[in-house]
Design a protein around this ligand. Structure first.
Ligand code: S3P
Length: 192
């Protein structure tokens, strides 16, 4: 029989605009975990915006940076990790996350996602004459990957705080017995 998985982190996956960073911050506070956002870590390390990495080096380079960071995350417990919307689409990245984290997908309808991102311009994949169509296409292509999350949480009609509370409760239920848990630390915000 396969041994049960052990989680010491939570990874939030899901489409752009689903609220991974907002929910992630709240969730980290609720659990006393550190919050880390993969996009921000990559930008900090590269000293440039994601849009610049895409424009200057191409998407493949960005995906490589994401994968490298994803592997590093396996080593450190006590974190809520908000991932970029494409990170978990790579099966090797998803498998890596599952080695240490409860993987939670924030799920929203294309129309909701569009409403949330329509006034933002920092996402290269949505710089498109018809962003809603692009969202529909990308979401359809990514759905099989997103559905492999341990937990799928619909956020169309849930506030970020409700979502965070729901995930925190699920995480606590999924934890191994007390004596094998790492000590929760105070809420910290992350550096890379
Ligand atoms: C991407 C999502 C973005 C960022 C990059 C690519 C994607 O992150 O990683 O623009 O492929 O869906 P958010 O999901 O935080 O917007």
């Amino acid at each position: 029989m396969a041994s049960p998985r052990e989680y010491h982190n939570i990874a939030l996956i899901g489409f752009m605009g689903a609220g991974k960073s907002t929910v992630g911050h709240l969730l980290a506070e609720l659990l006393g975990f550190e919050f880390l956002d993969t996009d921000r870590v990559i930008e900090h390390r590269q000293n440039r915006k994601i849009s610049e990495i895409f424009a200057q080096d191409g998407e493949a380079r960005f995906r490589q940076l994401e994968s490298d960071l994803c592997r590093e995350l396996e080593a450190v417990p006590g974190r809520v990790i908000a991932t970029g919307g494409g990170l978990a689409v790579d099966p090797a990245n998803l498998a890596s996350l599952k080695r240490h984290a409860l993987v939670v997908c924030l799920w929203a309808r294309p129309e909701t996602l569009y409403e949330r991102v329509r006034h933002q311009s920092h996402r290269p994949l949505l710089q498109n004459p018809d962003p809603l169509l692009r969202i529909r296409e990308l979401l359809a292509a990514r759905t099989p990957a997103y559905r492999q999350a341990d937990l799928l949480v619909g956020v169309d009609f849930r506030s970020p705080l409700d979502t965070a509370r729901h995930i925190a409760a699920s995480f606590r239920r999924a934890l191994p017995p007390m004596e094998t848990r790492p000590e929760p630390g105070p809420a910290r915000s992350s550096g890379p």
